[in-house]
Design a binder for this molecule. Structure first.
Ligand code: MG
Length: 192
């Protein structure tokens, strides 16, 4: 079974100081003694439950451990997933329903940005993330499904879209990656 790793901010949730009452939400620590509101993207829980039936799932955020751990715990509780015994920043554990929870410490800093190198996870892992820093990184080619970002728009329906079209999107990502190789080989042969 393949592994899908989810980004948190602007992919599954939107966190800010202001409380937005139209969303399911909870308080999260963003610094010692400082709490902000974490708003769950509409349809995100149903989306996670849908993908979980097809793949192993994990989470990887460029945020700090404190924040990451709290958001993942709350999302898993909302999904009805309990008792995973998930530890922060451990290597993938394939027997558990949720096999990965990585924070900023697993990112590499490049040009002032925290970059997620997907091959670090394991062969065949796919990242679902709104940030093009990860999807456009050469090491991540064919390994990232780019999500449309969520910043608290009340009518956001992208999770519903991803749930309905997940199988096709996942297949297309693999297909796109597969056809990229023969093109590169042809170009190379022509230049010889
Ligand atoms: Mg993000």
């Amino acid at each position: 079974m393949s592994l899908i790793v989810f980004d948190l901010d602007e992919t599954l949730v939107h966190t800010c100081e202001r409380e937005m009452k139209e969303f399911s939400r909870f308080r999260v620590p963003v610094a010692p003694r400082e709490f902000w509101w974490c708003h769950v993207r509409p349809g995100a829980i149903e989306f996670l439950q849908h993908v979980r039936k097809r793949h192993k799932i994990g989470f990887w955020s460029a945020a700090c451990d404190l924040y990451m751990a709290e958001v993942v715990d709350r999302l898993l509780a909302l999904c009805g997933i309990e008792g995973t015994g998930l530890k922060m920043n451990q290597d993938p554990r394939w027997s558990a329903p949720v096999v990965l929870s990585w924070s900023r410490t697993k990112c590499r800093k490049e040009n002032g940005q925290y970059v997620k190198h997907v091959p670090l996870i394991c062969t065949g892992a796919t990242l679902f993330d709104d940030n093009i820093v990860h999807s456009q990184h050469p090491e991540n080619k064919g390994k990232v499904l780019k999500a449309v970002g969520f910043r608290g728009h009340p009518e956001d329906a992208w999770m519903e879209y991803y749930t309905h079209h997940w199988d096709t999107l996942f297949r297309l990502l693999r297909c796109d990656h597969a056809v990229a190789k023969p093109v590169a080989v042809r170009k190379c042969a022509r230049s010889e």
